[in-house]
Write a new protein. Structure first.
Length: 456
C-alpha cells in the first residue's frame, strides 16, 4: 500500500515518488484507488503527467467516467498507444462503456490485429465469457522438456496474470492439459512435459456465460481457466481477478435491485444527486402506487372496520408478517438460484417446501399473537371482548397470520422463479415489491377471515 506521505506529495503534484513504486505488483491498483480521492480534473491532470508505459498499466483500473474524461484530453496517437497496450479483456471492458459512434471512433485507433480481435469479442453477448478472455496466454507442447518449455516462455511471453498457468496444446492448437508454472520450475528440467501431465484440465467454452465462469472457479479453485471454441482450440484465458470483479459487480447489482433501486453505473460516492434520484424514484413510484391499492382495500372493508374497530389494531401486525416472510423467501430463493442450487424447473419442489415452511412459521407467529391477546385481556390492559368474544378475536388474528405468512412465503419464493422462467433478472422481485404485493392481498385475507369468524 502506498504510504500516506507519498499520497500527500502526489496530491500536491509531485509524482517523482510515485514513479519509484512503478515496479510493484500492486502499483496500478494502488494508484487507481488513490486517484479516487481526486476530482476528475485533478485525476486527469495527474494521469497526463505520467510516462506512457505507466498510463497503460493504470488506465484499466479507473472507472469508465474517468477513462472517458482522460481520452477526451489526449491526442489520438497517445490514445492509440494506451488502447493497443491494454490486455484484450481490459480493452473490451473499455469498449463496453461506449456508444455506437464512439466504438467506431476508437476501433479505428487500434492496430489491425487488435481491431479484428476486439471487433470479434464485442460480437459475443454482453454476459458471455468471451468478454473476459485475455488472448495473451502461454502454450507449450507435450514432447518438449521442461527446460525447453521454460526457455520458450522466457523468449516469447510477457509477465501477465495469465502466465501463471501453462496450457499444453497439440499441433493444431487443441487443448491437451494445463500445468501450473510452479510444476515446471520445481521438477527436473530434463523431464518432458508429458511426464508431469495428469490428463485432467478444466475449461470454459467461448459461448459460456460469466455465471458459468464464476461457478467453475468456485468448484475447481483455479487461478486461470482456458477458453476454447467448439473444436477445443484455445482462444484465450480467464483469470480469477477478472472473475472476482465480475462477481462483485453482479452481487452489487442484485443487492441494489433487491432493495428497490435501479443498479448504479458508478459507486455511490461518485453518483451525482440527480442520477441517484432517478435511480431511486422509479421503484418508489411503483411501490407507492402499489400501496395505494392497500388504501383501496381498506376502503372496501370500511363497513367491517366500523363494526369491529378492534380489527384496526392488528393491521400493522398482519401486513408486516406477510411482507417479512415474503422477503425472507425471496432472498433465499434468489441466492439459491444465483449459486446454481436451484433453477425454475425446481418450482414444485420449492412450492412444497415453502407450503410447509409457511404453515409452520405462521403457526408459530399465530400462537404468539393469540397469547398476546390472552395476556392483554386478562391483565385488563385492553378489552378485546367489548363487542365480540375475545377468543374469536384472537382466533381471527391467529388464522389471519397463518394465512398471510403462508401467502407471503409462496409469493416470495415463486415470483423469482417465474421471472427466471421469463428470462428476467430474479433480483427485480425486490423485497419492497414482494412486501407491497403481500400488503394488499394480506388485507383481503385478514378481513375475509374476520367476516367468517366474527360475522361482520
Amino acid at each position: 500500500m502506498l504510504a500516506p506521505e507519498l499520497m500527500e506529495r502526489i496530491l500536491e503534484g509531485d509524482l517523482t515518488g510515485l514513479l519509484q513504486h512503478s515496479g510493484d505488483e500492486d502499483f496500478p491498483a494502488e494508484v487507481a484507488r488513490m486517484f479516487e480521492s481526486f476530482s476528475n480534473e485533478e485525476a486527469i491532470t495527474a494521469f497526463l503527467s505520467l510516462p506512457d508505459n505507466l498510463q497503460s498499466k493504470i488506465f484499466p483500473f479507473f472507472d469508465h467516467v474517468l477513462q472517458l474524461g482522460i481520452m477526451e484530453e489526449l491526442p489520438k496517437a497517445q490514445i492509440s498507444t494506451i488502447l493497443n497496450n491494454l490486455e484484450s479483456n481490459e480493452r473490451v471492458a473499455f469498449f463496453d462503456t461506449l456508444d455506437g459512434i464512439e466504438v467506431t471512433e476508437y476501433l479505428n485507433l487500434l492496430n489491425d490485429k487488435n481491431r479484428l480481435a476486439t471487433y470479434d469479442l464485442l460480437g459475443y453477448p454482453e454476459q458471455s465469457v468471451a468478454r473476459l478472455i485475455n488472448t495473451k496466454f502461454t502454450t507449450v507442447r507435450k514432447e518438449w522438456t521442461l527446460g525447453q518449455a521454460i526457455d520458450h516462455i522466457r523468449r516469447f511471453y510477457t509477465d501477465t496474470p495469465a502466465a501463471n498457468v501453462i496450457f499444453v496444446v497439440d499441433n493444431n492448437g487443441k487443448l491437451v492439459d494445463d500445468l501450473h508454472i510452479r510444476r515446471l520450475i520445481l521438477n527436473d528440467q530434463t523431464k518432458k512435459i508429458e511426464d508431469i501431465m495428469d490428463g485432467f484440465y478444466v475449461k470454459l467454452d467461448i459461448q459460456d456465460s460469466i455465471d458459468d465462469a464464476i461457478q467453475k472457479f468456485k468448484e475447481y479453485d483455479r487461478v486461470a481457466i482456458p477458453v476454447t471454441n467448439s473444436n477445443n482450440v484455445v482462444m484465450g484465458v480467464v483469470t480469477i481477478d477478472d472473475v472476482i470483479d465480475e462477481a462483485e459487480e453482479k452481487d452489487t447489482k442484485d443487492m441494489q435491485q433487491f432493495g428497490g433501486v435501479e443498479s448504479l453505473d458508478l459507486p455511490y460516492v461518485k453518483t451525482d444527486f440527480f442520477t441517484m434520484i432517478q435511480k431511486r424514484a422509479g421503484w418508489l413510484i411503483v411501490l407507492f402506487i402499489g400501496e395505494l391499492f392497500t388504501a383501496t382495500a381498506m376502503a372496501h372493508f370500511e363497513l367491517e372496520l366500523s363494526k369491529a374497530i378492534v380489527l384496526q389494531l392488528f393491521i400493522p401486525l398482519i401486513i408486516s408478517s406477510g411482507g417479512n416472510s415474503g422477503s425472507q423467501a425471496a432472498t433465499l430463493i434468489i441466492r439459491a438460484m444465483a449459486l446454481k442450487e436451484l433453477s425454475y424447473r425446481d418450482w414444485w419442489y420449492v412450492m412444497k417446501r415453502e407450503i410447509f415452511s409457511g404453515i409452520t412459521l405462521g403457526l408459530i407467529l399465530g400462537i404468539i399473537g393469540f397469547i398476546r391477546i390472552v395476556i392483554w385481556q386478562h391483565m385488563g390492559w385492553y378489552n378485546y371482548g367489548a363487542h365480540f368474544n375475545w377468543v374469536l378475536v384472537g382466533l381471527t388474528v391467529s388464522l389471519s397470520v397463518i394465512g398471510i405468512v403462508l401467502w407471503g412465503t409462496l409469493t416470495g419464493s415463486m415470483i423469482p422463479m417465474i421471472l427466471k422462467r421469463l428470462k428476467l433478472d430474479p433480483a427485480t422481485s425486490s423485497a419492497p415489491f414482494v412486501a407491497t404485493l403481500v400488503d394488499v392481498t394480506g388485507l383481503v385475507i385478514y378481513f375475509s377471515i374476520a367476516a367468517v369468524i366474527l360475522g361482520i
